[in-house]
Write a protein that binds this ligand. Structure first.
Ligand code: IPM
Ligand code: MG
Length: 371
């Protein structure tokens, strides 16, 4: 197939890991005779430096026109001044919102060879295969924000958290549909004992599942308890659906099950566009820009490479190609070609591009075996 992919390397380790993900995409194109046009654009801190804004209009136009977007990471200490008018993260949030990408899929699987890299005891990790669906364009991230001076000389800061029925319905439908293709269990996470938005969330979720997904087993778990159960009984979870900020926090926690935040991919999806046979989506590793690692060639590229696999599956419908990347990554992990975050004590540590090259090697080896 022919596809245009917008590539936004961003800041910190973003460019290094994105380079390995695009190598994997080129290897896939070569092996299956696809034509992927990869077009780069700035987002985040590098865009602030180049254009004065974290989301230049030209970047947004490219992303709107593309079949899918591959992103590295945004942010870093250079742009962290709390008094700054523009921040790199505004670019990422603005892009998610502008593209209508309300469902953020963050799968967590534990490769047996990485169990030792997790701070959890290996027996707890047996059978862990969960998917967090995080609501991505609403809640406290996007509500009104303000700061005001108080007569006593102090200040008041406010962040509004708001959700509407329709916003909850669509993300719950997306999560339940995914659960239907898995083990049929959905955990909705909220703080309904305290927050009004959570009480609406729970009521809407209960209704959508009862009316539209009779085969799904639904449980409601409070977010604080969920944080505990993710460590106590992680294998019990199938699909977790939750609001924006809870999902942000719980997925960093859940990444520790997989050994390192560096191996986790994500897909952010909107509704299919009528008349288009590809589905808009933004694909990024969940690890962030890791400024202390930037430029050293030590970052783990597997989260970015697995994000490229999700791009092939969800936006381009190339299921076989996505599975080939995932199998290549698993084989590289089994071979112990790993960066320092997951290599065991005393095991050799490989550089970012060695890991990327090993994945491409596996993809190409399979090609040669098939010729
Ligand atoms: C993530 C990140 C972002 C978020 C930041 C960089 C704005 O932490 O994708 O999880 O909070 O959504
Ligand atoms: Mg986060």
């Amino acid at each position: 197939m022919n596809a245009t992919i917008a590539v936004l390397p961003g800041d910190g380790i973003g460019p290094e890991v994105t380079a390995e993900a695009t190598r994997a995409l080129r290897a896939v194109a070569d092996r299956w005779d696809h034509r992927f046009e990869l077009r780069e654009a700035p987002l985040g801190g590098c865009a602030i430096d180049a254009a004065g804004t974290p989301l230049p209009e030209s970047t947004l136009e490219l992303c709107r026109a593309a079949d899918a977007v591959l992103l590295g990471a945004v942010g870093g200490p250079r742009w962290d001044d709390p008094a700054a008018r523009v921040r790199p993260e505004q670019g990422l949030l603005g892009l998610r919102k502008a593209l209508g990408l309300y469902a953020n899929l963050r799968p967590v699987r534990v490769h047996p060879a990485l169990r030792a890299a997790s701070p959890l005891r290996p027996e707890r990790l047996e059978g862990v295969d969960l998917l967090v669906v995080r609501e991505l364009t609403g809640g406290i991230y996007f509500g009104d924000k303000r700061r005001e001076r108080l007569p006593d000389g102090g200040e008041r800061a406010t962040d509004v958290c708001a959700y509407e029925t329709a916003e909850i319905e669509r993300v719950v439908r997306a999560a339940a549909t995914l659960a239907t293709g898995r083990r049929g269990r959905l955990t909705s996470v909220d703080k309904a004992n305290v927050l009004e938005t959570s009480r609406l969330w729970r009521a809407v979720t209960r209704r959508v599942i009862a009316d539209e997904f009779p085969d799904i087993t639904l449980e409601h778990v409070l977010v604080d308890a969920c944080a505990m159960h993710l460590l106590r009984r992680p294998a019990d979870f199938d699909v977790i659906v939750t609001e924006n900020m809870f999902g942000d926090i719980l997925t960093d926690e859940a990444s520790m099950l997989a050994g390192s935040i560096g191996v986790l991919p994500s897909a952010s999806l909107g509704d299919p566009v009528p008349g288009r046979d590809t589905r808009p989506g933004l694909y990024e590793p969940i690890h962030g820009s890791a400024p202390d690692l930037a430029g050293r060639g030590e970052a783990n590229p597997l989260g970015a490479i697995l994000s490229a696999a999700m791009l092939l599956r969800h936006s381009l419908g190339l299921v076989r190609e996505a599975a080939a990347i995932e199998a290549a990554v698993a084989a590289v992990i089994e071979d112990g070609i790993l960066t320092g975050d997951v290599a065991g004590a005393g095991a050799p540590v490989h550089r970012t591009e060695e890991v990327g090259a090993a994945v491409v090697g596996k993809l190409t080896a399979v090609k040669e075996a098939h010729v």
